[in-house]
Ligand binder design. Structure first.
Ligand SMILES: Cc1cc2nc3c(=O)[nH]c(=O)nc-3n(C[C@H](O)[C@H](O)[C@H](O)COP(=O)(O)O)c2cc1C
Length: 333
């Protein structure tokens, strides 16, 4: 039997020793264009760029326990990334200006993908490009790969000069690049939104109208830090993307706004460190969540979030984790 075949198809485990029935942790992101859905064992994904292609974490994490692995951004040609220093620590978070360093889609398909295909976990490939056509060409190449379950289009990277965040901060550009990638892939298409906008719901509506099956948010918030002793910026690019707990309240607010505005699943991320953080995103309207920066300090974070989510549901008598989605109470009771 192929190690990939049982992915996401298990029935929920029966309660041990006659205990309460197990929580159904499964989450599905349907395809609106008739393709295969993204079916996950649980709602916990890894955030792009913070988990490599999974291989770097395989000694520390049982990858098959995750909902899905989202790879680092992949472009048509190899990208070198930005100059050093590319990382700076800030209170409650970090700044990065990696600049989407990656080996290009061909090399990714040759070296990372075959390994990922053997890991018994759904694979989502994060796609980047300087132009809409470049993004579409990556999606077209990935279309030939059965090991790819979904494409996440990054229209929100603050660390590249062309493409990246420029796509995600204009409804027209966001719509154009989404439509181009939609035309290139029948796989589930997730579009990753930028928080560096005035009205994120408006951009979400634009990409859903252009064919996105789901949206993910947030990418990093544009930030900056200066070393007062050297009087120099802490990042060589001067500005970079802020992530970690510092961004969580902004991210939860945006997930809530977007979930109210669109009819497709929302994947929430930004500062998730434990199951309670994940529950917060789900109550705000997220169908799934992703763990990013926290994996750098504790590689087992995503696994802990899976266990903690299940425990949370158990303790509250929630039979299906999906019931948490959008269940925030705003009444007086
Ligand atoms: C070092 C680093 C690299 C990242 N690279 C990507 C990337 O390639 N593509 C992408 O869509 N998001 C990328 N992100 C954004 C994360 O996936 C995530 O959206 C963001 O960090 C917020 O989540 P967090 O606070 O849990 O890290 C990167 C973030 C970090 C910290």
């Amino acid at each position: 039997m192929s190690p990939r075949s049982p992915r996401g198809t298990e029935k929920p485990r029966a309660g041990a020793g006659g205990g309460p029935p197990a929580v159904d942790m499964r989450v599905t992101i349907p395809s609106r264009s008739g393709g295969a859905a993204l079916t996950m064992r649980n709602p916990v994904m890894t955030a792009s760029g913070t988990f490599g292609s999974g291989r770097e974490y395989a000694d520390f994490v049982d990858l098959s326990r995750l909902g899905a692995i989202v790879t680092k951004g992949v472009s048509a040609e190899p990208w070198l990334g930005g100059p050093s220093p590319r990382i700076a620590e800030t209170p409650s978070g970090m700044l990065n200006a990696i600049g989407l360093q990656n080996p290009g889609v061909e090399r990714f398909c040759e070296s990372d993908l075959p390994w990922l295909a053997g890991q018994d976990v759904p694979v989502v490939v994060n796609v980047a490009g300087h132009t809409a056509e470049e993004c579409a060409s990556v999606a077209r190449r990935l279309e030939r790969e059965d090991a790819v379950d979904a494409v996440e289009l990054n229209i929100s990277c603050p660390n590249v000069d062309a493409g990246g965040m420029a796509f995600g901060t204009s409804c027209d550009a966001a719509s154009e690049v989404t439509a181009a990638v939609r035309g290139a892939t029948g796989k589930v298409l997730i579009v990753k939104l930028s928080p560096n906008v005035t009205d994120i719901a408006e951009v979400a509506r634009a990409v859903v109208d252009a064919g996105a099956d789901a949206v993910s948010l947030v990418n990093t918030l544009l930030g900056m830090a200066i070393d007062v002793d050297t009087m120099r910026p802490k990042l060589a690019r001067v500005v970079g993307g802020l992530s970690g707990p510092a961004v969580k309240p902004v991210a939860v607010r945006m997930v809530w706004q977007v979930a109210e505005a669109v009819d497709v699943p929302v994947i929430g991320m930004g500062g998730i460190r434990d199951a309670r953080d994940a529950v917060e995103f789900m109550l705000a309207g997220a169908s799934a969540v992703a763990v990013g920066t926290a994996s750098f300090t504790d590689p087992s974070t995503a696994e802990r979030v899976v266990d903690g989510l299940e425990d949370f549901c158990h303790s509250r008598g929630v039979a299906r984790v999906a019931e948490l989605t959008g269940s925030m109470r705003t009444d007086a009771s």
